[in-house]
Write a protein of this length. Structure first.
Length: 325
């Protein structure tokens, strides 16, 4: 299968593409390359395009003859989006419908969209399932929800549309992010031997990066009637921030201290991933402990240069350092 992956050099994309290549797919990685493209090794079945998804002509030229699009590219998370709301809207929302139209008209058969579990906002339900009304509370999550509506509107017998609402991804990647909760805690625990926990009781659903990649692969490999116009939560362990810190401490060392810091951030998510398990028979294979262990090994083997301060590991700091319009 020929697959175009937007954001192909990103945190998830740089791990997903090698897995797709190992399954003998032909891949086009389409990415701005803000963090470089050294995360993607040369492969005869890999084409790398340094491009902006807002460039309709470039996207149209490169999506030709592809059977599937996995759309990962975006300004990730609320704080990064809020640095430049106009830029965030142009990348996360304004160009989305043109991309969908171009893909459909080019003959793409399947469009998979990476939304976010943040579209649920704050819910009182014990298990937040895909059929609950959305309550996005930030522009980032509102635009994610709006893009879902747009994509489903284009579903036809010849154009399969599938939406994924990922939990927070954790673990090691060749394009590492250290600004996600489990990764933050692990980095602090390993290098500073102390974790600051803002609040503590808020729930955070997490998914190991390998499982996240496997979700996209399972969707690609599933039958049309299983995935057409479907929305799938993709999480695994719903843990409080305190519990996450305890898991990290268990893996990194008993000498690690934890410090509770007061916060006004009451965002709390508890998503159910039962639907993807039942419809696609998807089973998670990796845990938060695995993610922490993988990062610990990466720190021990010096795979990252200056992980506490290197802006390449922190989306907000990187966005502040460049003049992207």
């Amino acid at each position: 299968m020929k697959i175009l992956v937007t954001g192909g050099a990103g945190y998830v994309g740089s791990e997903l593409i090698p897995k797709l290549l190992s399954l003998n797919h032909e891949i086009t990685a389409y990415d701005l390359m803000l963090y470089g493209n050294k995360t993607l090794n040369k492969n005869k079945n890999l084409k790398i395009i340094q491009g902006d998804i807002r460039n309709q002509n470039l996207f149209k030229e490169n999506v030709k003859n592809h059977e599937a699009v996995i759309h990962l590219a975006c300004i990730s998370n609320d704080p990064s989006f809020e640095l430049n709301p106009t830029l965030g809207k142009s990348i996360n929302f304004d160009c989305f419908e043109p991309m969908v139209k171009i893909s459909r008209d080019a003959g793409v058969k399947h469009f998979i969209y990476a939304s976010s579990s943040s579209v649920y906002g704050i819910q009182d339900y014990k298990d937040v399932t895909e059929n609950l009304p959305l309550k996005p509370i930030t522009d980032y999550s509102k635009f994610k929800a709006d893009c879902e509506d747009i994509l489903l509107k284009y579903s036809t017998d010849n154009f399969i549309t599938t939406i994924v609402r990922p939990a927070t991804v954790c673990g090691y990647s060749k394009r590492q992010r250290l600004d996600l909760v489990v990764n933050i805690f692990t980095n602090l625990a390993f290098h500073k031997r102390e974790i600051n926990i803002f609040g503590g009781k808020q729930l955070r659903p997490n998914i190991h990066i390998n499982d996240m990649c496997n979700v996209y692969i399972r969707i690609l490999e599933s039958s049309k009637d299983q995935v057409q116009s479907q929305i799938f939560n993709a999480g695994y362990e719903n843990k409080s921030l305190i519990d996450l810190a305890d898991i990290v401490k268990e893996q990194i060392g008993s000498d690690v201290k934890t410090k509770i810091v007061k916060t006004n951030d009451e965002r709390s998510y508890h998503i159910s991933s039962r639907k993807i398990m039942e419809i696609l028979d998807f089973k998670n294979q990796f845990t938060i402990k695995d993610a922490v262990s993988d990062l610990k090994e990466a720190f021990e083997t010096k795979k990252f240069i200056n992980p506490l301060n290197n802006i390449d590991f922190y989306n907000i700091k990187k966005m502040q350092s460049i003049d992207l319009e």
